[in-house]
Design a protein around this ligand. Structure first.
Ligand code: BG6
Length: 492
């Protein structure tokens, strides 16, 4: 199946944090792939910004190296790389001072009517100063837009301050808050699965669904990002944004269209109906963990504290929660979610577990008939499995087996599955905000997370140790098993 390329208008994209890890690992590779596929029109330019003084050629060389490392373009793309690098400019700008802004003004002066995208791949405390700096130099045009990376703040209060500072310069419809999980093909596919198939909607409720599980597991540790991560922890790094967004897509009512506000209104309703976890409930409904030395993917790996080089830390590298959605559709259907570093493998998956058959006609010798499950594998090996019971072929009575109807993206569609950032960056240029978080969503997500963190602080809750390469603290298994359920056994 050949993907259709719809070209976008010429644009200037300015990447603050242009020599950072995100820019090299994700943003330049994503822009390169879109350019290589012929999606750009002329004249499109890319301006990298950082504090460092660097010659343009030197900057281009760093991008070339990053493309070699993260895209590995085939040898016949040498000319395409050159064409891409010819789009690149660089300016050393002091985001909080006055130096360098004139150079950025020069780079953007050729056409003030062109689409401008300011990508802030920086620490969130610079979001406000950069927005103000752009305004002060007259760089915010009607066709400008700003893209900010998570985390937006460390809690509801700091998120408000950041949103206020950006909002003082840009209108809400010019602000694109990235949650890159929403750009993943399989995540968007959740909407197709739910709303382009008549099959699921009638049973997508508490009458038929027993519970939902969402797992986002990573085998990597925090190496290289220790200082950021230690101030964040798994609940702010993954749950406040990615996992709650996934929960919203599973739980939301059908929006009236794919229009940005129609979708975001429905997600917001879900966030507002999450039953707060606060006070004594926190110790029952949440589990935090921190990895110790162990073995990951066949190699011995150090523990979190050794990686961090600190004698102690109460930051969690694993978190599991049992969440209740207080509305008609999902009341009584627990959502168990978990995310962690240094788990046995990198895998993100949503499992919808349906209710078991009310009565078995197959007699007791068959044991309990497992319930149907719909498993949406977000990464890797993207696909969808619907687990059903069938009769094992052959004579000698009826023996039942649980088998999957198995749809793999790789086997069904040819070619490269675009990275989330490819899709999201082009959506910004097209002005489509459906896959971005609106301010009120971010605020509602913090309102759910803040009381949990506050209670952890009040009770001085310490993360439970788990050995790297295992599925987190035993208590996280207990969180599900004490309800007579179990984490998806395909994984654990
Ligand atoms: C980021 C987190 O948002 O998502 C990282 O800050 C995490 O800690 C990453 O590793 C996971 O993204 P992906 O696309 O690899 O699942």
């Amino acid at each position: 199946m050949v993907s259709r390329i719809v070209t976008v208008e010429p644009f200037d994209i300015v990447v603050f944090g242009g020599t950072g890890d995100l820019a090299y690992r994700k943003l330049f590779p994503a822009l390169f792939r879109r350019d290589a596929d012929g999606q750009f029109t002329e004249p499109t330019r890319i301006v990298g910004i950082s504090r460092k003084h660097m010659e343009l050629d030197e900057f281009k060389q760093t991008i070339r190296d990053a493309l070699t490392k993260y895209v590995a373009p085939p040898a016949d793309q040498a000319q395409i790389i050159d064409r891409f690098l010819a789009r690149v400019d660089y300016a050393a700008v002091d985001a909080t001072g006055d130096d360098g802004w004139d150079k950025l003004q020069d780079h953007l002066s050729s056409d003030p009517n062109k689409i401008r995208a300011y990508y802030l791949a920086t620490s969130p405390d610079l979001f406000g100063p950069i927005a103000a700096g752009l305004q002060k130099r007259g760089l915010v045009t009607p066709k400008s837009r700003i893209i900010v990376e998570k985390p937006i703040g460390k809690d509801g209060k700091s998120a408000d301050a950041i949103n206020d500072a950006i909002g003082a310069v840009f209108a809400e419809n010019q602000i694109y808050r990235i949650d890159h999980y929403l750009g993943k093909e399989t995540v968007q596919n959740l909407m197709a699965l739910r709303f382009a198939n008549a099959l699921f909607e009638p049973i997508w409720n508490s009458a038929h669904i027993d519970h939902v599980q969402i797992t986002a597991a990573e085998s990597i540790g925090v190496a290289g990002r220790g200082p950021y991560y230690d101030g964040s922890g798994a609940i702010r790094d993954m749950v406040q944004n990615h996992l709650l967004q996934l929960l919203c897509l599973v739980a939301m009512e059908p929006p009236s269209s794919l229009d940005a506000d129609a979708v975001r209104d429905e997600k917001l309703k879900v966030l507002k109906s999450l039953e707060p976890i606060r006070g004594d409930a926190v110790s029952n409904l949440t589990v935090r963990g921190q990895y110790r030395a162990g073995v990951s993917e066949g190699a011995a790996v150090p523990g979190y504290l050794e990686e961090l080089g600190k004698p102690s830390s109460s930051t969690e590298t694993f978190v599991a929660l049992k969440i209740s959605v207080g509305n008609w559709r999902f009341s009584g259907v627990p959502f168990y979610i978990r995310s962690g570093k240094r788990l046995p493998e990198r895998v993100s998956e949503i499992t919808i577990v349906f209710k078991p058959v009310p009565f078995s006609i197959f007699g007791t010798s068959m044991g309990q008939i497992p319930a149907n499950r719909l498993v949406i594998r977000l990464q890797p090996d993207e696909g969808i499995k619907l687990w059903l019971m069938i009769k094992e072929p052959g004579p000698g009575g009826v023996r039942l087996q649980h088998v999957p109807l198995d749809m793999s993206f790789a086997a069904t569609f040819d070619g490269h599955i675009p990275e989330a950032y490819e899709r999201l960056l082009m959506d910004v240029i097209r002005g489509n905000a459906t896959l971005f978080m609106r301010r009120d969503e971010v605020e509602a997500a913090w309102r759910f997370i803040d009381p949990i963190r506050e209670q952890w602080a009040i009770t001085n809750d310490q993360p439970r140790p788990y050995v790297a390469g295992t599925w987190g603290p035993v208590a996280s298994i207990g969180l599900v098993e004490r309800d007579g359920r179990t984490w998806n056994e395909d994984l654990a």
